[in-house]
Design a protein around this ligand. Sequence first.
Ligand SMILES: Cc1cc2nc3c(=O)[nH]c(=O)nc-3n(C[C@H](O)[C@H](O)[C@H](O)COP(=O)(O)OP(=O)(O)OC[C@H]3O[C@@H](n4cnc5c(N)ncnc54)[C@H](O)[C@@H]3O)c2cc1C
Length: 421
Amino acid sequence: MRDGRPTGLLVAGEGTRDSFAALTGGQLEYAAWQRFYGMTQRVAERVFPTLTEPLPGRDALRERIDDADAWRMLFEEPLGVAVEENFTDDLVRGVVLTDALIGTFADAHDTSLLQNRCFLYHVIGGGTGDWDVPVGGMGALTDALAGAARAAGAEIRVRHEATRIETDGNAAEVTVRTPDGEHVVAAARVLVNASPQALAALLGDDPPPPAEGAQLKVNMLLTRLPRLRDRSVDPRRAFAGTFHIAEGYGQLADAYRDAAAGRLPTAPPSEIYCHSLTDPTILGPELAARGYQTLTLFGLHAPARLFAADNDAARAALLKATLAELDAHLAEPITDCLALDADGEPCIEARTPLDLERDLRLPGGHIFHRDLSFPYADEGTGRWGVETAHANVLLCGAGAVRGGGVSGVPGHNAAMAALGG
Ligand SMILES: Cc1cc2nc3c(=O)[nH]c(=O)nc-3n(C[C@H](O)[C@H](O)[C@H](O)COP(=O)(O)OP(=O)(O)OC[C@H]3O[C@@H](n4cnc5c(N)ncnc54)[C@H](O)[C@@H]3O)c2cc1C
């Protein structure tokens, strides 16, 4: 609370209207919120089905959306214009903008419209823009995919490193390093979900422009949820959705300016999700029974360049500053709630873009493999957005047009391209 006014906004079903009124002192901002997200919902309904069709042209997509204002706000002007046009409260503006900045280093008014593309994919998912949590965690999802593939006759080999792809456009040979030596596999077609950088290296092609991730990821295991400084909100309610920290509109602009000037943000913006509240099965039954919770934090405006000189030191400094911003909202330091592992060490891990590049081979630590593209045909995008310079080599991962997440869309589209759809 500040001067008797709350400093937080709760966007959660029935309480949303009251929370807006308490924050902004009236109903106007809530009405603007409903109008704006009504617009994105209509765009979602029209754009989402196109993601699994051949890429529409830009004009065709605009006609399909059939809303000149929506097209202008989302596809033509930097998103900051729409945010400022529609909302007046700094905190509300910031909450809207964060969906444009996930893994994306851009200012609200960036003329590249990178922030618009990131925002668009965040609000059209599933045709509703709703964000879901996979029951059982991502491991359950990949297990189910593996099961479906095996049931359809696929053979899955792990610890097989592709080291070269040779192709004449009709037939290909993939050289694979395995625990028992090197093998060459002949194939009519090769579908690749490694990054475009990795694919270019395998083919011996010129590398695509370098990618740069821009996030700090922190995973924590807690013995209990922390108590909030604002006693009027139940932590179970506050952490059930997205908990935004230092993500006011002005704070986001300041953090971008800091990072663009080569400094770690003074007040690092981040958001937190407590997946175990939504799906307790991601914890073992014993930990769940003891009331443990997972907390995962996604920090914005932390581009890889800030870690180049000394990754360990920059990681430690950014983690400290980020947790301090979180602690400002808590009635007890978050570190007091951390579980301890078998060696007595706190269960917290932080990953910079450079860590993700090393551990997961994300180019430059970019969580989407490369900057997102608008979901329409552009120069060189091909019919499905999965095509490469080689007719029988297709991208089926995040680097495809309409990729960049765990949607499965690039895999579908690569399959359609392979089937000649
Ligand atoms: C911290 C973080 C948070 C995220 N949050 C979300 C989210 O909330 N929602 C969402 O939708 N997306 C999210 N993403 C993005 C999402 O995880 C990725 O877009 C998705 O994993 C991409 O899947 P993919 O199969 O295309 O590529 P990857 O998952 O990157 O898989 C490519 C695989 O290819 C392997 N590989 C590379 N080269 C070779 C080779 N030569 N031989 C053999 N194997 C090779 C790599 O090791 C890797 O395992 C997040 C990513 C990160 C890092």
